[in-house]
Design a protein around this ligand. Structure first.
Ligand SMILES: [Zn+2]
Length: 128
């Protein structure tokens, strides 16, 4: 945990904009590295095209074996450096929930996706 460095990306437009759309997020990044590329779990290191802010991105799909309506979750965690992304990539999807992030949820059985929205479960240490 100690080697994960996260500070609020105050300069990044993605963190500031009031109504962020999923289309904006899809076109906002350049892929810098791929940690996991599985059909139900994709984890990458992304870089904001506008300001260079790094984000750890996870796409996670929960398989619904009965109805085939898979739940999908996307999370973008702002990170200070690529090493923090390496560390995050070793953690479980649930463990990632404690970090400030931009999230986009499509739970099982939901008619509409939720988000994108920003989630700040705790203040990152050293934030100003
Ligand atoms: Zn940015």
């Amino acid at each position: 945990m100690a080697s994960i460095r996260i500070s609020k990306p105050t300069k990044c437009v993605l963190w500031q904009i009031e109504t962020l759309s999923i289309e904006q997020l899809r076109h906002a990044f350049q892929v810098m590295a791929t940690y996991i590329d599985d059909s139900h779990l994709i984890r990458t290191l992304l870089r904001c095209l506008e300001c260079g802010q790094l984000y750890f991105h996870e796409f996670y799909e929960e398989i619904d074996w009965i109805e085939g309506k898979d739940a999908q979750y996307s999370t973008w965690i702002p990170i200070d450096d690529a090493e923090s992304g390496e560390e995050l990539s070793k953690m479980s999807p649930l463990a990632l929930l404690v970090f400030p992030s931009i999230r986009y949820d499509y739970p099982m059985g939901a008619d509409e996706p939720r988000g994108p929205y920003r989630s700040c479960p705790r203040e990152p240490s050293g934030a100003t």
